[in-house]
Write a protein that binds this ligand. Sequence first.
Ligand code: C2E
Ligand code: MG
Ligand code: MG
Ligand code: MG
Length: 279
Amino acid sequence: HAAKRTQAGVKVYDDSLDDRSRASLGLLSELRQAVEHHELRLYLQPKLNLRSQRVEGAEALVRWQHPVRGLVPPGLFIPFAEQTGFIRELSRWMLIESLRFAVQARAQGEVLRISVNLSTRDLLDADLPGKIQAWLAAEGGDPSLLCLEITESAIMDDPARALATAKDLAQQGFKLSIDDFGTGYSSLAYLKQLPVRELKIDQSFVFGMEADEGDREIVRSTINLAHNLKKSVVAEGIETQGALDLLAAMGCDEAQGYFIAKPMPADQFLAWARARAQG
Ligand code: C2E
Ligand code: MG
Ligand code: MG
Ligand code: MG
């Protein structure tokens, strides 16, 4: 049974159209089963507050523990999930799991805000704010437990509808963040209208910032832009002490990257955070 499922998933890149659509259907049913069979995993990557030096949040990143293929990274199935609409199911799973985690952590005295990635389809779903409220109520949480990451490209797909959903979410108290900032095609005019409270500098600028003056100035300008607009700013992709020091010196609020920690299974997160706090 598992072998058949794997075959369908692997065949997604065949070039004959018939094979390809058959394979897509296979992958879609595999993904559906992944939820039913509890094969999705919540991974968390810490976000370090550079002023307090404390971990005050984490980004939720999905993994697929496939029975045959092992741990599958999101890059291999998120685009497909977006094309087929399955992403809504996945977002629902991630939001509920993230909320459960945050509620449990708070019960243990750790106040954390979990950042969840939303896709274009989520932003075009006018019912999303109401659904999130219902999940919050069911889990006994409140909006301060979540940050919702949206990308510029998701916004630009249908700016009017995305803006309406974003405003609705912000009004309900959810923190919104623009992910991969600087890599999309959104204009500063939209940025001004969007009720986002955080900009997330894309890792492509952060990787090179020690060696490349251009990258460094883009990072510095983005930090200043965010602060001038009264938003906080987080940098992702910190892989070295040098990058971390530069960002702190530039006044960046938060940092996320392999140098601090790689994404880890959610059930390891609290132990990691406590060990770190104890130095
Ligand atoms: P993203 O939201 O920009 O997430 C950051 C990605 O960069 C993650 O990859 C993370 O593991 C990686 N990363 C973080 N720090 C470093 C670093 O220092 N060095 C390097 N080389 N990489 C670093 P991941 O987990 O493979 O996720 C890739 C993308 O897949 C995410 O990019 C996001 O766009 C998407 N994604 C992941 N989980 C979800 C989800 O639950 N829903 C949706 N819609 N998209 C998701
Ligand atoms: Mg993200
Ligand atoms: Mg990002
Ligand atoms: Mg990125």
